[in-house]
Design a binder for this molecule. Structure first.
Ligand code: NAP
Length: 481
């Protein structure tokens, strides 16, 4: 059994209460360990350790911090396979995906911010009559980083890396459902002698450990990625305490296929966008909008491609879709399918729990699902399902496509498939979405702003946007004449 511990002030320990929560492997539905059920006392210790560490880390040079982030990246890279297997076991995702996407991208996050902080600079205003203005950016102090279960290490590192690079000390909480790679990260810190207290990782449930971080008076900012409902709770609490808050929340993203698109690429892109990571990526294209003149052809080709996705044991190399992250989440997806049926949706493929044979016979698997025949305004097309489920909707012209795309409370990401550059520009401009991809889905440049509008969030991560979030500006004016 794996016994995960908190990492506070460079030391490993259980929760003060001694309480634990079970760790479940979703691909076999078996408990394989425990995490500390941390609460106020544990977060108090972590914030204290972080505050003490900030006395030196906060005043250290960018070069010093950059060096440590690079060593952390090296440490993860040297154990890449162990991290990938842990991520697959914890989350149910194919190990091949964890090995090629999750863990390499987590390493890249640390390396990117190790470099970015060396290229950051302050602004100076040298043409003010009689005065010189320059703006300093100070780290905030102790910051909280709270991340979800879908891309566990990848999204945890996307917050921790800029926070540390900017000179803050972190109290982080991964999802209680997928804590294993955060624990391996703590072990890596320990191995390389990472300065004590600079990164503290507290495990436990959201309402207990997570809320304790959010409400702690000495935590100066909260960077949160997760569901919109949780984001509202955090925003309210952080707002009352006047804390900085960055919220990366849910999505109900459109994939828009115009009749002039390269259909081979569009169909491949729509399938990847809809079903990667079991459809459990905030950026997944869960509504596929198709120009009516090509609707039947695209629908039939999508059904063929989606039906061919191989659902299987996440540890097998040829598995394309692994397990849903938990039984609760599987039941949520099943519930959404019953809503879709009651709304008159036609299930074109999938729509059911999958039973595998052998090692994974008790695991939480769901068949990749396409649904048509639903109104854009129905619950299925408005609410985030966060599973391997996508709906198909026809549109007659560009303005209708834009209207459908913008018709949900969310505004995170969209992909547009067309060979007409003017269409791409016009539609890209009109979409209420923080991220728009044209003829692609999910390539990333770590310098670009990442985040959503409307119910998909507040603020932007990525590059200097993240470094700005984790710092406080101070302007100094000096009389010169
Ligand atoms: P979630 O339930 O909101 O949880 C996210 C994190 O918040 C977890 O660590 C959770 O802990 C913690 N938490 C829960 N309640 C809390 C509270 N009251 N105070 C402080 N922390 C609390 O989300 P999830 O189910 O893990 O993740 C799926 C959601 O994340 C989807 O909606 C998805 O779209 C969104 N997401 C968004 C992005 C983006 O960049 N926009 C990226 C990935 C995922 P426990 O797990 O221990 O409860």
């Amino acid at each position: 059994m794996t016994r995960i511990e908190n990492y506070i002030g460079g030391q490993f320990s259980g929760a003060e209460s001694g309480d634990t929560l079970p760790l479940i492997d979703p691909s076999i539905n078996e408990e394989y360990g425990s995490i500390p059920a941390s609460g106020d006392d544990d977060v108090e210790r972590a914030v204290h350790a972080a505050s003490r560490a900030f006395e030196s880390w906060g005043g250290s040079t960018p070069t010093f911090r950059s060096g440590w982030l690079n060593r952390l990246a090296d440490g993860i890279e040297s154990r890449l396979e162990q991290f990938a297997e842990a991520e697959s076991r914890d989350n149910g995702k194919p190990v091949s995906l964890a090995r090629t996407v999750d863990i390499p991208r987590a390493i890249a996050n640390f390396r990117f911010f190790a470099g970015a902080i060396l290229h950051d600079s302050s602004d100076a205003y040298t043409d003010t009559p009689g005065a010189l203005n320059y703006t300093l950016r100070h780290p905030l102090g102790v910051v909280g980083c709270i991340s979800p279960w879908n891309l566990p290490l990848y999204l945890f590192s996307w917050k921790i890396a800029p926070a540390l690079a900017a000179g803050n000390c972190v109290v982080g909480k991964p999802s209680e459902v997928t804590p294993l790679t955060a624990y391996l990260l703590a072990q890596t810190c320990d191995e390389i002698g990472f300065p004590e207290g600079v990164l503290n990782i507290v495990h436990g449930s959201g309402p207990s450990a997570g809320a304790a971080i959010v409400t702690h008076k000495d935590v100066r900012a909260i960077s949160f990625t997760g569901g919109t409902a949780t984001g509202r709770v955090i925003a309210k609490s952080a707002g009352e305490a006047l804390k900085k808050v960055s919220l990366e929340l849910g999505g109900k993203n459109p994939t828009i296929i115009f009749a002039d698109a390269n259909l081979d690429e569009a169909i491949d892109g729509a399938v990847r966008a809809g079903f990667s990571n079991q459809g459990q990526i905030c950026l997944c294209g869960s509504r596929i909008l198709i120009e009516r003149s090509i609707y039947d052809e695209v629908r039939d080709r999508l059904v063929e491609a989606v039906s061919a996705i191989k659902v299987g044991d996440p540890l097998l190399e040829d598995t394309q879709m692994g397990a849903i992250v938990s039984e609760d989440h599987l039941n949520k997806i099943i519930h959404h399918l019953s809503i879709a049926r009651s709304e008159g949706g036609v299930i074109l493929c999938g729509g059911e729990r999958v039973s595998l044979e052998g090692r994974c016979e008790n695991g939480f698997f769901f068949s990749p699902t396409l649904i048509e025949g639903l109104e854009a305004s129905c619950q299925t097309n408005q609410e985030e399902i966060f599973g391997p489920v996508a709906t198909l909707l026809p549109f007659d012209d560009e303005s209708k496509a834009i209207q459908l795309a913008n018709s949900t409370p969310y505004g995170l990401a969209a992909s547009v498939w067309t060979t007409n550059l003017e269409t791409a520009h016009r539609v890209g401009h009109e979409l209420q979405s923080g991220i728009v991809w044209v003829n692609c889905w999910m390539p990333r440049d770590l310098r670009t702003p990442f985040g959503g509008s409307k119910d998909s969030g507040m603020g932007r991560e990525g590059g200097f946007h993240a470094l700005r979030f984790f710092t406080e500006s101070k302007n100094i004016t000096i009389k010169t004449a």
